[in-house]
Design a protein around this ligand. Structure first.
Ligand SMILES: C[S@@+](CC[C@H](N)C(=O)[O-])C[C@H]1O[C@@H](n2cnc3c(N)ncnc32)[C@H](O)[C@@H]1O
Length: 243
């Protein structure tokens, strides 16, 4: 998979892209990340990428012409290398909230482009040049870079061969069964009076599996009853309501 990131701060991704499983994905060839700064296509002596808003108001707005030049330059590079055009994703607090189902949909694509805003956001006409808009949640950050990293992490770990154990992406919260994960424990067996449920040391795999399923149901009911409602509405096939 290829991920193109449009960002005014490409250097923010240096350590992120070289660390842990994302780094292994890059060195292992499952993931290629290209970064491009709108500044590379900025206007005039100052390589300007933003301007004051029509109608007045505080802050600066990212220019549509500079951004679209960036998108097209990345597409042209991909075409020259015989690679597919990227599915363009605008990162914005006004987008559809990011979910595991969105991560799965993005992971199935050969190439995506993540467009990070700064300042007061984008000239609205940029929306005519992207395929979808994604929000990390109902809060506002100063830039799209952290959202891009969150999306890269959630997406790349779903690519075949990136995580050592594929089961770990199936049997976790927001996985195929639409439940939150059951409680997990490791050593020590006792920590300041807090023990580990006996059933987990019983060695009975079927009994442990049943206990875990019950715990996952109880935990989901207590913390995220909305997930159970969605699960019942859509069969047991996870929270696909927002694919
Ligand atoms: C300060 S925000 C602009 C917010 C914009 N003025 C608004 O009210 O919708 C600057 C940039 O940060 C990014 N950003 C902020 N919050 C985000 C969120 N919840 N999800 C995704 N991107 C976000 C976007 O790329 C956005 O263009």
């Amino acid at each position: 998979m290829r991920i193109d990131v449009v960002t005014l701060f490409p250097e923010l991704f240096d350590t992120f892209l070289a660390t842990s499983f994302v780094g292994r994905g890059v060195t292992g060839g499952q993931l290629e990340v290209r970064r491009m700064s709108p500044r590379d296509h900025g206007l005039g002596r100052h390589k300007s990428v933003d301007d004051t808003p029509y109608g007045g108001g505080s802050g600066m707005v990212m220019r549509v012409d500079v951004l679209v030049t960036c998108f097209e330059a990345l597409d042209a590079e991909a075409a020259a290398a015989g690679q597919p055009k990227a599915h363009r994703v605008l990162l914005t607090p006004q987008g559809r909230p990011f979910t595991q189902a969105r991560a799965q949909a993005l992971a199935a694509r050969p190439a995506i482009m993540l467009v990070c805003g700064r300042y007061e956001g984008f000239d609205d006409r940029v929306r005519s040049f992207v395929d979808e808009e994604i929000s990390l949640g109902d809060f506002v950050m100063t830039g799209g870079e952290v959202a891009a990293m969150a999306i890269i992490e959630a997406t790349v770990r779903l690519l075949p061969g990136v995580l050592g154990n594929a089961e770990s992406t199936r049997e976790e919260s927001h996985g195929d069964d639409g439940l939150l994960e059951y409680p997990q424990y490791t050593r020590p067996a006792d920590f300041r009076g807090l023990g580990v449920p006996e059933v987990l040391s019983s060695g009975h795999h079927a009994v442990i599996a049943k206990w875990r399923h019950e715990q996952a149901l109880m935990r989901t009911e207590a913390r995220r009853p909305d997930l159970l409602v969605r699960r019942e509405a859509g069969g047991s096939k996870r929270n696909l309501g927002d694919t």
